[in-house]
Design a protein around this ligand. Structure first.
Ligand SMILES: [Zn+2]
Length: 84
């Protein structure tokens, strides 16, 4: 069975970017409670697209470092600052 033909459990699209993602307990609880990922599927690999959505959502929810410091500080750096 080829990984390329696997479906993402979140968006149901076939994807070759499926990868196991690691969430903090708090992040996993939040995703399940928001209905983003069903409880039984939190351990399953999701595609890159879903990962980015989920990551943005967790950053929006201001969870402290759901995926590690580097991702959070990257997203902070990307935010343009106005000095006007
Ligand atoms: Zn997906």
């Amino acid at each position: 069975m080829s990984a390329k033909n696997s479906k993402c459990p979140r968006c149901n699209e076939k994807s070759n970017t499926l990868k196991k993602r690691f969430y903090s307990d708090k992040a996993a609880d939040l995703l399940v409670s928001l209905g983003e990922i069903s409880e039984g599927k939190i351990e399953e690999p999701i595609c890159q697209f879903c990962y980015l959505e989920v990551r943005d959502l967790l950053v929006d929810e201001s969870l402290s470092t759901p995926f590690g410091d580097s991702l959070v500080s990257n997203s902070i750096k990307k935010t343009p600052r106005k000095n006007s």
